[in-house]
Design a protein around this ligand. Structure first.
Ligand code: TUI
Length: 314
């Protein structure tokens, strides 16, 4: 069985974290992943801080296993959520889209294990120096907000620079990706896109259908000109967004206004004009299935591959 330091540190069976997908990662998905032996995460980007508090309370009812909260640091309510999670007794946090430095002291004092998402060695080193428990090195194959480097090059460089455990993310959609992450030196993996097709994932049915229909070339990164690159499925929305970015007559304010609320519209309403954030491995997602089956396929697939690896040696 695959075991690593991260299992002991977080009190989980498998070294597998579920990505804290904005608007998506709620108590239903997080508890299903935690019950299956991974670490479920609840997103702080939802219908406000009190809604997130409710999801945390629901999740406590649905699982007795560890789960965490993801704090998107650029969210307008980030400071509020940062405080609320201490009130709710959350033990594990992941953070994204920035540096959580300003909150670390309070979180550490509350005994919270903090696992920031990093997209570079420099930020990874800074996170280690301010007391992160581990980092998630997230390559640009990921869905949503992305950095510059990709998983294959990012993970080993972060592993070499740090003494704390590194969790690999970005482009991991089946057991092959999980096994590869361990070969890159990671202590665990974070998977998100595959869980969009979990039965317990509450996204609109048409979001799930779009993920299942996706091919290898179905995603696009937009938002670079705004300093906030985002990977999502190619849709009329993302095509228009890309065209607006390429048109010098369109202002950044107009583009931002066009994008506002687009993720919520996709997740909650299945609106064809919404933003369907997804990673490059959307093309590998073939069916809707229980989160438990996804976890077992990811971990079981990796175990088989790792057990047969000596056969590669002459
Ligand atoms: O945060 C994510 N992925 C996300 S957040 C999100 S919410 C959203 N909603 C509407 C429009 C756009 C986004 C969707 N997906 N992943 C974690 C992540 N963090 N990826 C990359 C980074 C990152 C990048 C640069 C972290 C830190 C960083 O450093 C900047 C700094 O401040 O030093």
């Amino acid at each position: 069985m695959i075991k690593s330091k991260i299992c002991e540190i977080l009190g989980i069976r498998y070294p597998l974290l579920q990505g804290g997908m904005a608007w998506v990662a709620d108590a239903s998905l997080a508890s299903a992943v935690s019950n299956a032996g991974g670490l479920g995460l609840i997103s702080s980007i939802n219908a406000g801080t009190e809604a997130v508090r409710n999801e945390i309370r629901k999740c406590k009812e649905l699982t007795d296993k560890p789960f965490g909260v993801n704090i998107m640091l650029q969210a307008p309510n980030a400071a509020e959520v940062a405080q609320m999670v201490t009130e709710e007794g959350i033990r594990i946090l992941t953070t994204g889209a920035g540096s959580p430095a300003q909150y670390m002291e309070a979180w550490k004092a509350a005994g919270i294990k903090v696992i920031p998402v990093v997209a570079s060695v420099a930020l990874a080193l800074k996170m280690q120096s301010i007391g992160a428990t581990a980092v998630i090195a997230e390559g640009a194959e990921s869905g949503g907000h992305v950095g510059e480097l990709h998983t294959m090059a990012l993970v080993p460089q972060v592993v070499d620079a740090l003494d704390i455990p590194v969790i690999a993310a970005g482009g991991i959609g089946d057991g092959r990706g999980v096994a590869a992450a361990f070969m890159l030196g990671a202590d665990g993996v974070q998977v998100a896109t595959r869980f969009l097709a979990a039965e317990e994932c509450t996204v609109h049915q048409s979001y799930k259908e779009k993920i299942i229909k996706a091919s290898d070339i179905s995603t696009i990164v937009t938002g670079k000109t705004l300093g906030h690159p985002v990977r999502s499925l190619k849709t009329p929305f993302s095509n228009t967004f890309a065209k607006m970015e390429a048109d010098p007559a369109v202002t950044p304010e107009e583009i931002l206004a066009f994008g506002t609320g687009a993720l919520r519209k996709a997740v909650k309403e299945g609106d064809p004009n919404g933003s369907y954030m997804a990673g490059e491995c959307a093309g590998m997602v073939k069916r809707i299935e229980p989160a438990k089956d996804i976890v077992e396929d990811l971990i079981g697939g990796a175990e088989k591959l790792l057990a047969s690896a000596p056969g590669l040696l002459a």
